[in-house]
Design a binder for this molecule. Structure first.
Ligand code: E4P
Length: 217
């Protein structure tokens, strides 16, 4: 499963890129607002740090304006993927951009029916929002299982990008279900390393090693 960082903070992205675990980045207007910097400049910087796909979202609601914004965004770097909302205009834009060889991430997916439409429109990625789904009393992971089944039934190449990840178990469940990608805030990616038995084990090994009085090399 590929790991994308869900942030527009380039310092966080640089740190994660150094771990060798980072396959891409997703941004959205809220994350850009949080970063507090110029959008185009931020995307350019992130795309230079991370060679994988960097999703940049259009904010227009009609097809022509989405295409105009996508034109600006895809010129920033070859690894920019255009993020469009799951609306009729968004999917029309998706089909056109895909036809022109641009990667497209269809966002704000909350149903299997929507995911089916995105695959038919040729989306590179579909982003089901599991955390927001959980928030309103549904099980976000049921949605991932349904989409996996549908895409496998028809060999759709669209990659399932699990978004709105809120905790490490979302990542584990997504992997168990065969999701292609997950995007999570860097804090959650760092939490994946954590286990108290690992910390305890290191402490006791170090204590015993010191008692041997030896050093390596
Ligand atoms: C990523 O592509 C999504 O925009 C993001 O994961 C949404 O996360 P949130 O529901 O925590 O805002």
């Amino acid at each position: 499963m590929k790991f994308f960082a869900d942030t527009a903070d380039s310092a966080e992205i640089r740190e994660l890129a150094e771990t060798g675990l980072l396959d891409g980045v997703t941004t959205n207007p809220t994350l850009v607002h949080k970063a507090g910097r110029d959008f185009i400049e931020t995307v350019r910087e992130i795309a230079a740090i991370c060679p994988g796909p960097v999703s940049a979202e259009v904010v227009a609601l009609d097809h022509d304006e989405m295409m105009r914004e996508a034109e600006v965004l895809r010129k920033i770097a070859d690894n920019v993927a255009i993020k469009v909302p799951l609306t009729p205009a968004g999917l029309k834009t998706c089909a056109r951009l895909t036809g022109e060889g641009t990667q497209v991430n269809v966002t704000l997916c909350f149903s299997a029916a929507q995911a089916l439409l995105a695959a038919k429109a040729g989306a590179t990625y579909i982003s089901p929002f599991v955390g927001r789904h959980d928030d309103v009393g549904f099980n976000g992971m049921d949605l991932i299982a349904d989409i996996r089944m549908i895409y496998d039934n028809y060999d759709f190449p669209t990659q399932i990008l699990v978004a709105s990840v809120r905790h490490p178990m979302h990542v584990v469940e997504a992997a168990k279900l065969g999701a292609d990608v997950m995007t999570a805030p860097p804090k959650i990616i760092h939490q994946l390393f954590k286990h108290p038995l690992t910390d305890n084990g290191i402490a006791s090994f170090l204590k015993d090693w010191q008692a041997t009085g030896q050093s390596i090399g």
